[in-house]
Design a protein around this ligand. Structure first.
Ligand code: GLY
Ligand code: MN
Ligand code: MN
Length: 475
């Protein structure tokens, strides 16, 4: 190869493999005004409960890994939504009578900070919008007095049960019984209140979700482009994870699912370490998190750049179901109806392909399709990938809820699939070992559904093209 050709080759490879042309989002966070607004909304709700109401919000506890190690700290989503504070061992107190926000934080400690970075301390806490700040251990007394004085404690402590017990002991002192009469304080679970606030996304949240989606799209493209040369699922996962990390994701939105062939039928396949059998499909459900906001995208594509007839027939069916499901995500529509309609497409299509026997209407009613599509197809997405919020009362189609009408500002996924694992009984061998899911992130708007991840190819021809063109660049 001449020097000039080599330079051109190198430039092509660099452009093709380096997603840096895309905007990066390192360290991006929502403005303090967003968190202050959320606190003000919650404070007003607390005030409406009556005098003496104290809201207590606890940060996520640290998570041990092994030995004396800890997992990388991620703040609890409710705590983050209300404070923007990313530091562990923090407690926020909202006094609804006074309208004040007190932040209890870890004490500054130069020796510890040499290992894990600078702590907020009192100054940092105030710079985050706190009216008052107190460091531990003095903060123990502040907390104890506030809990004792309150008539009503609204507790938001998603994961810290030890802390909950401590608050319960104050609200319901040992020895108090129903028989002796009313408790001195009432304890209100604040989580559903915050969950309800989180259901409708504010424009700046949608923007952050879009960044997470955009970074994740680049990750999916990197995995698709490399897949014809990848021998192991680990390389598929790594292509996405390396890309989203390079674009600013500190965390993944959830553990990457990169299953080839029959492994694609394991809904939350966690291992990503098996060889990719030639001719198989790769199902990758993976995303990065930007500024604490998640994405949730799944694509399924042929590792070698060409669907075989069975793979293609099932893929077309899932894509059709997804299109119908997405079109249902509009204001006023009942959430679960999108599932019913997507499931009906899959059920009828499986009858047409001979995978389900009998009359279409009867087969759908019997739920034969459930063996091929054993999960729901849509959930809220935001700070958590399965985001907070109620789906409404149970619906005849789904005992866990789904009767809630959709509203503009909701962000939901649409993710139907068909899974035929190796050895599935009663299914011809030619269909076995095929797992397909297609998942996009949809914003409900007054104009209808807006697919935030539409830029990532979904049509089978387009997927084949991306894989094959990626192969050419890598050859
Ligand atoms: N990635 C998890 C889900 O799709 O719900
Ligand atoms: Mn999902
Ligand atoms: Mn997913």
């Amino acid at each position: 190869m001449s020097r000039c050709c080599f330079a051109l080759f190198l430039a092509t490879v660099l452009v093709a493999q380096t997603p840096m042309a895309t905007k990066a989002y390192h360290g991006l966070r929502l403005p303090l005004a967003f968190f202050a607004g959320n606190r003000a909304t919650l404070m007003a709700k607390a005030k409406a409960m009556g005098s003496g109401t104290l809201v207590v919000v606890k940060s996520m506890p640290t998570q041990p890994s092994s030995g004396d190690g800890e997992h990388l700290y991620r703040q609890d989503s409710d705590f983050y939504y209300l404070t923007g504070v990313e530091e562990e061992r923090s407690i926020a107190l909202l006094d609804a009578d006074k309208g004040t926000y007190t932040l209890l934080v870890q004490a500054r400690d130069p020796k510890r900070e040499a290992y894990t970075g600078v702590r907020l301390g009192l100054e940092g806490a105030k710079s985050k919008g706190a009216d008052e700040a107190v460091e531990f251990p003095a903060a123990e007394k502040t907390l104890g007095e506030a809990l004792k004085q309150a008539k009503r404690i609204v507790l938001i402590n998603n994961f810290d049960d030890e802390f909950r017990t401590k608050v319960l002991d104050v609200a319901y002192p040992k020895g108090t019984t129903h028989a002796k009469g009313a408790y001195e304080k009432s304890l209100v679970d604040g989580r559903p209140i915050v969950a309800e606030l989180r259901v409708l996304k504010q424009p700046c949240e949608v923007e952050m979700i879009q960044h997470a989606v955009d970074a994740s799209i680049e990750g999916h493209l990197a995995a698709m482009r490399g897949s014809s040369t990848f021998a192991n699922e680990g390389q598929v996962a790594a292509a996405l994870e390396g890309t989203v990390r390079s674009l600013g994701a500190r965390f993944l939105s959830y553990e990457t699912i990169a299953g080839a062939g029959s492994n694609g039928c394991v809904l939350h396949y966690p291992f990503n370490d098996q060889a990719i059998v030639p001719g198989s499909l790769i199902l990758m459900d993976a995303s990065g998190e930007i500024g604490y906001y998640t994405s949730d995208i799944t694509r399924t594509w042929p590792a070698n750049g060409r669907f075989n007839p069975e793979q293609r027939a099932l893929y077309d069916l899932v894509l059709k179901a997804q299109e119908v499901g997405i079109q249902e995500l509009r204001p006023g529509n009942i959430h679960i109806v999108s599932f019913m309609k997507a499931a009906r497409i899959i059920s009828d299509g499986l009858v047409d392909l001979g995978l389900i026997k009998g009359d279409k209407e009867e087969a759908f009613k019997r739920g034969d399709w459930n063996k091929f599509l054993p999960h729901g197809v849509s959930h809220y997405l935001g700070l958590d990938v399965h985001d907070a919020g109620s789906y409404g009362a149970p619906h005849p189609f789904h005992k866990h809820g789904g009767s809630r009408p959709l509203e503009a500002g909701m962000v939901l996924t649409m993710e139907p699939g068909i899974y035929i694992a190796k050895g599935m009984e009663g299914v011809d061998a030619k269909w076995q070992g095929i797992g397909i899911r297609i998942e996009d992130v949809i914003l409900v708007t007054s104009d209808g559904p807006r697919n935030l991840s539409a830029r990532l190819p979904r049509r089978p021809e387009d997927l084949e093209k991306v894989v094959r063109e990626g192969a050419k660049v890598r050859r």
